[in-house]
Design a protein around this ligand. Structure first.
Ligand code: HEM
Length: 380
């Protein structure tokens, strides 16, 4: 099965798994893939049996823990300290600035001309938003993006193997940059996210320098490529279902529903990973303690047991219990922000354009974290 799975549309592969091998290993000793909604949900909700502490790096090489890869009580402490800055009311204050950035980027896209939407909009917008939250100054944006790309492209090695010299250098340079900014903020408080985090003090204490740096890195890893993926997914949906673009043009209030269905349909965070803390049985399959388990979020979101016509994009879908933002204690901290960015992009594209055409739809691969690295489009 492995050969055909590699060459086929990933959604066909996911369906085969759901039907015939819902909990399976592609290779002996490899991680266990979990394909059905019920099982993916069961894993995400049970952080005691399915730990997020998956790193293979020795303790001394790991640095400060990040909330995404830690379990309670460490996870709860880190999440409590930063969650206030991600509340809907806080995120909403960024709407005007995000819309301005989005429109600046869209203004630079010529109509009736082929452009790479990843370069023109989908990659820079989320980086600008996070950079602004962290108080990165405009002149430092390009360097910040380069560090972010380098660190993200090596995430597998950073967790499970030996990070490349380039990604270690990028991480060190970025740490030095933020350490200097943290020290400046301590002397001269700021109201942006990093300023708030430096100042935050709760019964859980304060975030120390290492924890602040680790959080900056986490935002890059968790927030950039995923939001890029949501934007490319939206363009792809406009191409494949032109009526959705026209519907949004007439009814901009449908943008939030459009984003939910886009998250389900082309889930940008297509899979995550856990490690079993004890022997466990899932869909009749025994998994020993200490094994890596990969909940296939993108597959769960196409599960016909949960979604009617799962392979159809429906703006009028009623119940949409997708798992694109996770579930349980690690539910996406940036969900409000990502949804706001996705909504603004959908609204602004629908306001401006009558068609969004992919000129090479084959390159729009699905299933990878973050989606395609290039998406050639013509807007009109
Ligand atoms: C469409 C865009 C996004 C998607 C699809 C997405 C998806 C996810 C998912 C599935 C998880 C849970 C992972 C797991 O349980 O292993 C997660 C966690 C997280 N996300 Fe997002 N995310 C998006 C955007 C963002 C943004 C914009 C930010 C911040 C700026 C962000 C920050 C985080 C953080 C910090 C976590 C870890 C939360 C925890 O461990 O408690 N995400 N995200």
């Amino acid at each position: 099965m492995s050969e055909s799975l590699e060459t086929m549309n990933p959604y066909e592969g996911f369906k085969l798994l759901r039907d015939h091998a819902p909990v399976s290993q592609l290779e002996a000793d490899g991680p266990w893939q979990v394909a059905r909604h019920a099982d993916v949900n069961a894993i995400l909700r049970d952080h005691v049996t399915f730990s997020s502490d998956v790193s293979m790096q020795p303790e001394e090489k790991r640095g400060a823990p990040s909330m995404l890869f830690s379990d309670p009580p460490v996870h709860h402490r880190l999440r409590r300290l930063v969650s206030v800055a991600f509340k809907p009311s806080q995120i909403q204050t960024q709407e005007a600035q995000i819309r301005l950035r989005c429109n600046d980027l869209l203004d630079a896209i010529p109509v009736n001309t082929e452009v790479d939407l990843v370069k023109a909009l989908a990659a820079p917008l989320p980086v600008m938003v996070i950079a602004e939250m962290l108080g990165v100054e405009d002149g430092d944006m390009a360097t910040f993006k380069a560090w972010s790309d380098e660190i993200f492209s090596n995430i597998g090695e950073i967790l499970f193997g030996t990070p490349s010299a380039e990604s270690e250098r990028a991480a060190l340079e970025m740490n030095a940059y933020f350490l200097q900014r943290i020290n400046t903020i301590r002397a001269n408080p700021k109201s942006h996210l990093l300023g708030q985090l430096v100042a935050t003090e709760t019964e859980d204490g304060k975030l120390d320098d290492e924890e602040l740096l680790s959080f900056c890195r986490l935002l890059l890893i968790a927030g950039n490529e995923t939001t890029t993926g949501l934007i490319t997914a939206s363009a792809r949906i406009f191409h494949e279902n032109p009526h959705t673009l026209l519907a949004l043009k007439q009814r901009p209030d449908l943008a939030a529903i459009f984003v939910e269905e886009a998250l389900r349909f082309y889930s940008p965070f297509s899979a995550t990973v856990r490690r079993t803390t004890k022997d466990v049985e899932l869909a009749g399959q025994k998994i020993p303690a200490g094994e890596l388990v990969v909940p296939l979020i993108a597959s769960a979101n196409r599960d016909e047991q949960v979604f009617t016509d799962p392979d159809t994009f429906k703006l009028d879908r009623e119940a949409n219990p997708h798992l694109a933002m996770g579930f349980g204690i690690h539910f996406c901290l940036g969900a409000h922000l990502a949804r706001l960015e996705g909504k603004i992009v959908a609204e602004e594209m629908a306001r401006r354009y009558s068609s969004v055409t992919l000129t090479n739809p084959k390159t729009a691969t699905v299933g990878d974290l973050g989606g395609p690295k290039e998406l050639m489009v013509v807007v009109a």
